[in-house]
Design a binder for this molecule. Structure first.
Ligand code: AVJ
Length: 361
């Protein structure tokens, strides 16, 4: 049972190795979903970092909350539901690319000898990657697969699935902060590494964050290694707007769930009925944004922060950015981060691009 201190520091003492305590005193790992964003704190500071970020976000104008906290158990479940929505085209596009261009992807990864190690950042349940792995193994490739995720629960499910489906595959699932893990992978064994960062997770990062992230990947990569990234492309603005404002209101629930998480983990008293989900897409910048808007003037208390927050009527809290890319933007990101595009793969509608990058020496 969480005990809410008056300040931020007491929260730290309630954090048991970063696992969230349930009301019955048991603990469970942070859950997440396939294709979740990855810029997470390391587990041991998760709760404190969460409290600090909520405090910072609600203390500034305009107010904001970070989308990286969407993925608790319920948030992960809701994201799985989002991926099945008719409006949410992204998952289907990447699946289309992986299922129809498997051989071309294999040739690009294999670089002649068919020997490489796949490392997936934020693997989630690995459903899409299984399509590739299946093909690579049937083609006689000498590969290993290392899914990395902050959620042990997701990794356990993935490992079970892959062990059953691919009994001969060399696998080493790793839980935790992937920058540390990447560092340990730096020790060159001479085998080519192919890093996977799929699902347009990069869309949650600002341009500056994206470049910083890719540069830090570049630093642990050898010259022969590759980076494969999923980018959602700019397209008919109506299609994009609908993807973040679905008819069944699952995306609204997904956003509002963060208020529930604050209520539960930080002793907040948000009344979800007093907020409404609003999403928009700006075609000039290529950015979809989502907000929770206060329906009335209200005060919300958060015990763990020992603070109350005022919301004006119709005041908006910025929740998430989902960037959509042009090919020029992808090229610029690559060159600014020390990479060169080796090959781009598109779905049949040109909605989405899986871009394969090679490090510039
Ligand atoms: C997991 C970051 C790719 O931005 O499209 C889905 C999350 N948010 N619907 C996205 C999300 C609202 C998703 N990513």
């Amino acid at each position: 049972m969480a005990i809410y201190g008056n300040k931020i520091s007491p929260v730290r003492t309630t954090c048991v190795s970063g696992w969230h305590e349930h009301k019955d005193g048991t603990t469970s790992p942070m859950n997440n979903a396939t294709g979740r964003p990855l810029m997470q704190a390391v587990p041991t500071t998760e709760l404190t970092q969460f409290a600090e970020d909520v405090l910072a976000g609600l203390s500034t104008t305009p107010k904001s909350l970070s989308s990286k906290y969407f993925y608790d158990d319920e948030g992960s479940r809701l994201f799985q539901e989002i991926m099945k929505l008719p409006e949410y085209y992204l998952t289907g596009c990447e699946f289309d690319i992986f299922s129809t261009q498997t051989e071309a992807i294999y040739r690009a990864f294999a670089n002649g000898d068919g020997k490489f190690d796949l490392i997936e950042l934020g693997a989630g349940d690995g459903t899409k990657t299984a399509v590739l792995v299946d093909h690579f193994l049937k083609a006689g490739a000498d590969i290993s697969y290392s899914p990395i995720d902050i959620s042990q629960e997701a990794l356990d499910a993935l490992t079970e699935k892959f062990n059953a489906e691919f009994p001969t595959l060399k696998m080493s699932a790793r839980n935790g902060d992937y920058f540390q893990i990447l560092d340990s992978l730096r020790i060159g064994d001479g085998r080519r590494k192919v890093l996977l960062f799929l699902g347009s997770n990069i869309g949650n990062f600002s341009r500056e964050q994206s470049v910083a992230f890719f540069r830090s990947l570049r630093e642990v990569m050898s010259d022969d290694d590759l980076l494969f990234i999923g980018f959602d492309l700019q397209k008919d603005p109506h299609v994009i707007a609908n993807a973040y404002d679905d008819a069944a209101d699952v995306t609204a629930k997904f956003n509002l769930n963060l208020l529930t998480r604050i209520n539960r983990e930080l002793g907040g008293n948000f009344n979800l009925g007093k907020f409404t989900h609003y999403a928009n897409y700006r075609p000039v910048e290529g950015s979809a944004r989502s907000f929770l808007v206060s329906r009335e003037k209200q005060t919300v208390r958060i015990d763990a922060l020992d603070r109350e927050f005022e919301f004006d009527q119709w005041e908006a809290v910025f929740m998430e950015i989902s960037q959509k890319y042009s090919l020029r933007m992808i090229e610029e990101l690559a060159s600014e981060s020390g990479f060169q595009i080796k090959q781009n793969f598109f779905d049949s509608r040109n909605y989405y691009c899986d871009s394969l990058w090679r490090a510039i020496r």
